[in-house]
Design a protein around this ligand. Structure first.
Ligand SMILES: [Fe+2]
Ligand SMILES: [Fe+2]
Length: 281
């Protein structure tokens, strides 16, 4: 699997959302959990610039292929956040201008700590990129799956169209991270071993570092409920399993089970799971 970075950069453009029928938004009702999910996603999309600031202090700044992608990625994610804010405000939810800054101030200590760790850890040039590119792949695949599930749950016509447009760009992000992660993992036995050990011991979830565990679990319970939710999580895990050296980690299923308060044997039923992956990615 390869990724045409030159084409991606040339074709990149901000998310088109001005043309959506915003007056129609309040006509379809959403429950409290859907509103919460949209606020969460808006926050995390907007938090991309903080993630970017951390990545660029590490070895990523030495690799033009990665920095070329990161600039475009951050640009696109910013508009995802803006579009979700526009949706929430059109629905009648107040989003104060101070919200993004408050989130950043609340997590500033962790940001500084992570930045320092990344600066040091990225000295292992073939290892650190493998870890963060893999986490990027997991997060992008989880994000696009989450948007699909939110669109299915809400059955809101304007939201469905908006999320379909966002998912189109998320697929590109996932493709890049997966391609680059595969390359780094395939090239080094040490990178495979360290990445695997790191992921097996670390909590991996979209929004980690910006949102609390309670907030992450609340969203996971809403988007990935019951057996169907665990199957969706397994679908993500099975995609990640196919990266070099990462088979059987069960990252997302573990998070979904923790969120539901039901730890135990992982499902990881590959045949059903692979059928669902086709819908997500
Ligand atoms: Fe996004
Ligand atoms: Fe993305």
């Amino acid at each position: 699997m390869t990724f045409d970075l030159a084409k991606y950069k040339l074709r990149s453009q901000h998310l088109a959302y001005e043309d959506l029928p915003w007056d129609e938004v309040p006509k379809t009702r959403l429950d409290e959990e859907a509103i919460n999910a949209l606020g969460y996603m808006m926050d995390i999309e907007g938090y991309t610039s903080v993630y970017l600031s951390q990545l660029l202090v590490g070895g990523a700044c030495l690799e033009p292929t990665i920095t070329g992608f990161l600039h475009v990625w951050a640009y696109e994610e910013m508009y995802h956040s803006d579009a979700l804010r526009k949706f929430l405000e059109s629905y009648g939810v107040s989003v104060p201008d101070s919200r993004a800054r408050s989130l950043r101030m609340r997590t500033d200590g962790l940001r500084m700590l992570n930045t320092a760790i990344i600066m040091v850890a990225s000295r292992w040039t073939r290892i650190f990129p493998a870890i963060y590119l893999t986490i990027g792949a997991v997060n992008e695949l989880t994000t696009l799956t989450g948007y699909r599930l939110l669109a299915e749950k809400t059955q809101h016509p304007v939201l469905q169209e908006l999320l379909a447009r966002i998912v189109k760009q998320e697929r590109q992000h996932y493709a890049f991270y997966r391609w680059k992660a595969s390359e780094y993992l395939a090239s080094s036995r040490m990178a495979r071993a360290v990445t695997r050990r790191y992921l097996a011991r670390t909590f991996v979830a979209v929004g980690d570092g910006a949102k609390s565990k309670e907030e992450i679990y609340r969203l996971a319970r809403y988007l990935f409920p019951g057996d169907d939710g665990r199957q969706e999580a397994c679908a993500i895990d099975c995609e990640i399993d196919r990266l070099p050296g990462l088979g059987g980690l069960g990252l997302l299923e573990r998070t979904v089970r923790k969120a539901a308060g039901s730890e135990g044997t992982l499902v990881h039923t590959a045949p059903q799971v692979h059928a669902r992956v086709g819908k997500a990615a």
